[in-house]
Design a protein around this ligand. Structure first.
Ligand SMILES: Nc1nc2c(ncn2[C@@H]2O[C@H](COP(=O)(O)OP(=O)(O)O)[C@@H](O)[C@H]2O)c(=O)[nH]1
Ligand SMILES: [Mg+2]
Length: 260
């Protein structure tokens, strides 16, 4: 719902085309929740990577009701980078990452779409390697060869999660949380009902079930430099369970009815 936003401000050159036109090649939704120490670095990395690849892009930042200075920092970035098409939306209440991911797809005006986490965990080289492949498959699915600084316990949980999704879905991917690049209209049409971090596996298995072409891309990641992860909360575990349930229901539907 559009009126969830308290504030929406645009910086940089904005196309005059209707909102549903693909005025840019790549739309980047930057998720921001209490990322005052990381958000500027994230935006700088994204702009540098897009410049290196030479892809036309826009950025949509949704601040999900941060309690820190994130919004001020994004505004300052927009003011001091007038050549970058950037839209900032500020949620009046916390809506969660998955809802924001779907919402930003409607706000973008691009052919392709991707989530960028506001904690600056993808080095420029990683983004360049992914963005260079745009257009070569319906789904670009990054997976980490290594996440520098990630605790061993997180690596084990991550491997177990991938194995579980592979088992339940029948697919064989390296990773489900690598932030895929896909066509923006696929996200608008088939976005996930999940609320937490499991929405990526839900969307990805749904798109794979439709027989779309895909390419997995091996990249490097890094752990956030500031702040702490919110991945291992009870709420998030519950929502991941919800996503896994959706994946199973969809697989059974496909077996029974030939579609999902
Ligand atoms: N929109 C939104 N983003 C969130 C929320 N919680 C975390 N994020 C963002 O999701 C991304 C990943 O979160 P993080 O806690 O680092 O999880 P991890 O990377 O799996 O350890 C970061 O960009 C966060 O800013 C939230 O409630 N709403
Ligand atoms: Mg993180």
């Amino acid at each position: 719902m559009r009126d969830q936003f308290r504030e929406k401000i645009s910086f940089g050159p904005q196309p005059e085309k209707a909102p549903d036109c693909n005025a840019f090649t790549l739309g980047l939704f930057v998720a921001c929740y209490n990322e005052a120490e990381n958000i500027q670095g994230t935006l700088e990395t994204v702009v540098a990577a897009c410049g290196e690849v030479g892809v036309s892009f826009e950025i949509v930042v949704i601040d999900d009701c941060s309690r820190d200075r994130s919004v001020e920092i994004v505004k300052e970035f927009g003011r001091s980078n007038p050549g970058v098409p950037l839209t900032l939306c500020v949620n009046a209440r916390n809506e969660g990452l998955a809802n924001n991911y779907a919402e930003a797809a409607f706000l973008c005006r691009s052919e392709w779409y991707r989530l960028i986490c506001g904690d600056n965990v993808e080095p420029k080289e990683t983004l360049v390697a992914i963005f260079r492949e745009i257009g070569t498959a319906d789904l670009l699915i990054p997976y980490n060869i290594e996440i520098r600084g990630r605790a061993q316990s997180r690596r084990i949980i991550s491997k177990a999660y991938t194995a579980l999704v592979n088992f339940l879905s029948g697919f064989r991917l390296h990773y489900y949380n690598g932030m895929l690049v896909t066509r923006r209209d696929y996200v608008m049409r088939w976005h996930s009902n999940s609320h937490g971090f499991g929405f990526q596996a839900d969307l990805l298995t749904r798109l794979l079930s439709r027989g779309l072409s895909y390419k997995e891309i091996a990249v490097y990641g890094q752990e956030r430099q500031a702040g702490s992860s919110s991945a291992l909360t009870f709420r998030n575990f519950a929502s991941v369970a919800h996503s896994l349930q959706n994946i199973v229901i969809r697989r059974v539907s496909k077996l029974l009815y030939g579609q999902c």
